[in-house]
Design a protein around this ligand. Structure first.
Ligand code: 3PG
Length: 392
């Protein structure tokens, strides 16, 4: 089924429930204004211009994690016209929505603060019970969260006329063009559990970031300090030993780092694998790994890079990520860059030009799931798979 875009929806004078992805980097408790916020703003502006009342649902982080915050700062970063309401399904939220006029925009608080966000099929789901009667149209602009089976992504579409926002449209149109046969996968970032989906598919893989480290751990390598950090950061469910066992069985055709940069009393210092275990935190891949990986990338027929090679927000440890992206921009074949963090690195870098990449996606996990051939819950809810598969 063809997804309805904003142009297909008549929103004038109607209340639109807009699911945006405003999930952003947080540094010292402050939310950074990244591309997700900028791009989401374009859909909001479009709806306002067409005379809609816009109610935004979005999330920041996950319950129990450090970056799980209220969306008050996000509202300010979106612009003065966005009114933040520190409530999602209570009286305050209902009153704010009922009091909206044409062109008003209300951002409700972090939807992941409501337990029913994670129980989309629960009878009497409070998000649906409270918000459905108040809205006329549902728009999903959060492609990057659409792999999640969450109420704000799957619950509303079947009850109201629905469609996709401008950012969602840009993402899905680009991904529909991607051909992944013989593609080199460069898998980094901190969400290693999902990276496993792309192993064992016959594609060549470079593993960097925390994923590169966990692949070495699966082979029995001991890092020292980093071992406990990996376990704490990478696994959200199941047993660590089970995860490593599963990973170990899939490590064919995978290129792993041969050296690392650590935080050596505040300075970058590089060490080869023989120097481990040690009590320093690993923050990047080392020079020798960078050289080796870049050669492979430049020779690739096409390349998909997901997540940073190291701690890219910090100048001292950005090198691996930047050099990999430079190599990707030189790759002759199609290149797809996935994940909010990489697009931020490209945006802030003086050496990387966006037009040198095939497509720079703001999605990490959703993009990866799409490429892995999975059916995304949010797309399914919009009827995307009714008459087609998700890959051509
Ligand atoms: C992201 O940052 O990739 C999206 O906002 C999805 O976040 P999640 O992985 O916490 O669901």
């Amino acid at each position: 089924m063809k997804l309805k875009t904003l142009k297909d929806l008549d929103v004038h004078g109607l209340t639109v429930l807009l699911r945006s992805d405003l999930n952003s980097d947080v540094v010292n408790g402050r939310v950074l204004k990244g591309e997700r916020i900028i791009e989401s703003g374009k859909t909001i502006d479009w709806l306002v211009k067409k005379g809609a009342r816009v109610v935004i649902l979005a999330h920041q982080g996950n319950p129990g994690k450090k970056d799980f915050l209220s969306l008050e700062m996000h509202a300010r970063l979106l612009g003065r016209h966005v009114k933040f309401v520190d409530d999602v399904v209570g009286e305050k939220a209902v009153k704010a929505i009922k009091g909206m006029k044409k062109g008003d925009v209300v951002l409700l608080d972090n939807v992941r603060g409501v337990g029913d966000e994670f129980k989309p099929r629960k009878k009497g789901n409070v998000l649906l019970k409270v918000l459905l009667p108040l809205i006329d149209i549902y728009v999903n602009d959060a492609f990057s969260v659409s792999h999640r089976d969450h109420t704000s992504l799957v619950g509303f579409a079947s009850h109201r006329e629905s469609g996709i926002g401008l950012l969602f449209e840009k993402e899905i149109r680009a991904l529909e063009k991607v051909r992944m046969k013989n593609c080199l996968f460069v898998l980094g970032g901190a969400k290693g559990e999902s990276d496993i989906k792309l192993l064992g598919r016959g594609n060549k893989v470079i593993a960097c970031g925390l994923f590169g480290q966990v692949c070495l751990a699966a082979k029995g390598f001991k890092f020292g300090y980093q071992d406990a950090f990996l376990k704490k950061t990478l696994l959200t469910k199941g047993s660590w030993a089970g995860f490593l066992k599963k990973l170990k069985s899939k490590l064919k055709r995978i290129e792993l780092p041969i050296d690392f940069a650590v935080n050596f009393n505040g300075k970058r210092r590089e060490f080869g694998l023989d120097d481990f275990p040690m009590e320093f935190e690993i923050e990047d891949i080392g020079e020798e790994s960078i050289k080796r990986f870049c050669r492979m990338i430049e020779d690739a027929e096409s390349v998909y890079v997901k997540g940073p090679a190291g701690w890219a927000e910090d100048r001292r440890f950005r090198k691996g990520t930047v050099e990999i992206l430079k190599a990707v921009s030189r790759c002759k074949g199609f290149s797809l860059v996935g994940g909010g963090q990489l697009s931020e690195v490209i945006r802030k870098s003086l050496f990387l030009r966006r037009k040198k990449f095939g497509h720079v996606s703001l999605s990490g996990g959703a993009c990866l799931s799409y490429i892995a051939g999975e059916k995304l819950a949010g797309l399914k809810a919009l009827g995307y798979y009714t008459s087609r598969g998700n890959r051509k």
